[in-house]
Ligand binder design. Sequence first.
Ligand code: GMT
Length: 377
Amino acid sequence: MKKLKIGITCYPTVGGSGVIATELGQLLAENGHEIHFITSSVPFRLNKMYPNIYTHQVEVNQYAVFQYPPYDIALASKIAEVAEREKLDVLHVHYAIPHAICAILGKMMAGTRMKIVTTLHGTDITVLGYDPSLVSAIRFGIEQSDAVTAVSEALVRQTYDLIRPQKNISTVYNFVDERVYRKREAGHLKQDYGISEKEKVLIHVSNFRAVKRVPDVVKAFAKVRAQMPAKLLLVGDGPEMTVVSRLVAQFGIEKDVLFLGKQDRLEELYAISDLMLLLSEKESFGLVALEAMACGVPCIGTRVGGIPEVITDGVNGYLCALGDVSDVARKAVRLLEDPGLYAAFSKACEKTVKEKFYSRNILKQYEQIYEQTVNEV
Ligand code: GMT
């Protein structure tokens, strides 16, 4: 395939959409494409030097006349500047609002033939899609993009239901870098955290927003803890943290719940974990579940959004109804008490990642989409 000049816009701070955009940029660069990140800061997962990756920072100035800083206009202007100067073939924007709109505006300002690919990640549809003041803008962004993808079949369906765009949306699943997320020796970390060998380790990773239902994670864990020695690792931070820490105190399980805050090297935490809990009420994909599975850690998730496309119930993990913490605990104990069943699930997790979400295959799908749009008149 012809090597392309590809711009990438995403939210560069913590979050699954930013992670996918950055990992994709790195894989594309390794495949010989020239990558230009156009973002408000350097993406947090961009931690290796590539001679063919460039970053362009969007500067948002605050003037007294503005009630709100004009990020959208600044981004569109930066897109126009980079598209024109670097002669970008494609701009791939992650998250519809405002990125798809800014891409369209930037392209018009630059007057180039650059193609726009938009990837929908989840809350840009499942939360913002309920806001009547945004629906037309989201629909416009989707319909004016040259190609649109979503990270699960469920998200494609929800987009048609909520936004009703006249546009083909294809599913391109998320992926992980298998060189980082793989089964590895735990080393001393479990001991360093003061967790004994006989204790099982459950893990939850999120941005602690209400949709993640972290209180359900704590409730399910309390039930597991009543039946076996176990610890819960809570990784991440966000608005629900106060509620969650109060609940932990209320259950009297402070000694067994470790609040680790935001962490970079998740693969090391998965190496000491036995089970991931993802009990969200909205989840278009659940990238953290895939990361854990790539490390051989099965996941219990809610039967919500795209989670059932990642977890196959009874094969590589379990699915439960939203809020049914008793069922979560029952299934967790069943899995953790049966070494044969656990080994089979853990192996199935690795197989799923290699077969259904293999990064090279996902990369190829994006490359085909770019090539197709570039060749369209
Ligand atoms: O989970 C979040 O709240 C962050 C959000 C984001 O925009 O980064 O994550 C969304 O995109 C991820 C990457 O595609 C998906 O794995 C998450 O499931 C999705 N979150 C939701 O749908 C709530």
